[in-house]
Design a protein around this ligand. Structure first.
Ligand SMILES: O=C(O)CCC(=O)C(=O)O
Length: 235
């Protein structure tokens, strides 16, 4: 695994609302985590919907959330001691619908948005075709954006709340696709609008682990399905 965040990387994150760190996991480490995902209930039932809080089902996911290098970088971004809040595992089976544009703090309502970050970890190479994410550099500075409801669509393999609404990003921000190699970690500001493409590939699953972290002691919304709680990161 690599590396700590440099001052330039932190400045980049603050300016753009996201930061891409290639090479966080080796190919072997990615493959080991993908193998562990086959133990999750949402794989075993054949539906392959995103697994909410896989760290509660399999300790491999808790170990990754608590990885000291990862926690060190997160603590730099949240400005103090961090706690985990939630984990999510995306199988991204071919045909899976993308996630509508949203800001993570729309759901989490962290009392201090700058003290809440997400990490999006690609376990295989991602592309527009297999449903990678996109971001809008700088748009996190707008604060919480308005949302509009979306017409519900059947979405096999996707989170039930992924397409209830979308946030409205002012037209002056350009959309940037985040197509990254296997093992790349993407840090997301809690107010960074982002979404993902439909997986239109014929055979490329898009495996991703998403973690949410908050500066310890900051208020947040537990949520009805996520049931978020502060997770200690030091055992
Ligand atoms: O990886 C994706 O499809 C997007 C997931 C996401 O942005 C989220 O759950 O907050």
């Amino acid at each position: 695994m690599s590396s700590a965040l440099s001052a330039d990387s932190v400045a980049d994150f603050r300016e753009n609302g996201f930061y891409i760190l290639p090479g966080f996991l080796s190919a072997a480490e990615c493959d080991a985590l993908i193998a562990q995902s086959k133990t999750l209930a949402n794989a075993k039932n054949g539906e392959y919907r995103p697994a909410l809080n896989p760290h509660r089902e399999n300790p491999a996911f808790a170990t990754l959330m608590k990885d000291p290098k990862l926690v060190g970088m997160v603590e730099r971004l949240v400005g103090g001691k961090a706690s985990g809040l939630q984990t999510q595992w995306f199988f991204g089976r071919p045909g899976t619908k993308g996630f509508s544009v949203h800001q993570d703090n729309f759901f989490v309502e962290a009392g201090a948005p700058e003290a809440f970050v997400s990490t999006w970890l690609a376990l295989n190479d991602t592309s527009i075709e297999n449903g990678t994410i996109f971001v809008f550099p700088g748009a996190h500075k707008e604060g919480l954006l308005p949302v509009r409801p979306l017409a519900k669509v059947a979405a096999a393999g996707q989170d039930y709340n992924a397409n209830n609404e979308e946030c409205v990003v002012p037209a002056r921000y350009r959309r940037v696709d985040v197509a990254v190699p296997k093992g790349t970690l993407v840090f997301l500001d809690s107010l960074a609008p982002h979404g993902s493409y439909d997986n239109i590939s014929s055979d490329s699953w898009r495996y991703v682990m998403l973690n949410n972290y908050i500066r310890s002691g900051i208020a947040f919304r537990p949520g009805n399905s996520a049931k978020r709680e502060e997770i200690p990161l030091y055992d």
